[in-house]
Design a binder for this molecule. Sequence first.
Ligand code: CUA
Length: 352
Amino acid sequence: MLLAASDIAREVDSAFLWIGGACLALLLLVTAAMLFLVFRYHHTRNRRPAQIEGNLALEIAWIVIPGILVILMFFKGYRGFELMRGVPPGAMVVNVTGQKWFWTFEYPDHKFSTDRLHLPLGRPVRFNLTAPADDVAHSFYIPAFRVKEDCVPGKLTYLWIEPQQLGVFNIFCAEFCGKDHSKMIAELEVLAPEAFEAWVEARIADRFKPVDIVRAADPAAEEIKARDAQKLYRTYCTACHGPQGRGGLVEGARDFTSLEGWKNGPTLSGLFKTLAEGIPGTQMRSFPHIPAWDRFALAHRVRAFYPGADLPSDTPEALAALNQAYKLDQVQPPRRRLPIEKAMELLDRESR
Ligand code: CUA
């Protein structure tokens, strides 16, 4: 009936329907009794009203029955609450950061982040939720899983889910957090365990893909064109910068169509540095989780907003220095920790 993608969702639904059902039953009962009494004891039929002093049995009944109902509701709700708060041991961890106005999902076991949440089917996941200290409160909300929890600046909160249905589900921000609150939307894709593993592998390969600085500096290179720079710009930049690179939506946001006042310069290396480290003392924050190739694609996108032909470019020396400073040509994937079941399976196969 309702899209419920986990046990928690079913528990919430059953509490909701139970309480809703009890309320409906009471409403019908009281209304029916009232209508009956209005007609039965109409003054035309009862010229002399009787004085009724009290009825002990009735009074006990209307205290005890609603009392039992309310206590049942409490236990029903408490059971769901306990399920929601009790994270099963061994749950996979995803760190969720809500900020103006996008979500970042970090997989600490695999050392990469993404803006589109992917989870494996049938495995409990604990979300550690927070917001940057200089941001505002947001609220992480996945309707199909009936879970919602605040992301408070400088504070850690949590919730957990166990996806039991494949598919794509909406993630919303449920706390009014400013101008683009309504655009603070992300997606959760639940994959079969093998597909999830493959996705993780691909993300790690992408995140730690060594950069060929000469190709990265070429906006026409295959590696750059393969990335959806417009989407990256929309995801990370348009909360503050204009969609056409012109004008700022927050005070002091840079206009990319002008050469005035660049702190790190409008060169590729300047933009790369700005994305990697932010600009201290301004609202420009760092985006360290964006993979290096994506950062270059984004920098090319930003540079393309400038309408003239006199946009300064990096010298080969500057590019070499950037390469050196960020060790771009030697990024290596971190050693994968083998899941215990996988390790046992391999050992088992070897010993046979
Ligand atoms: Cu973040 Cu609303």
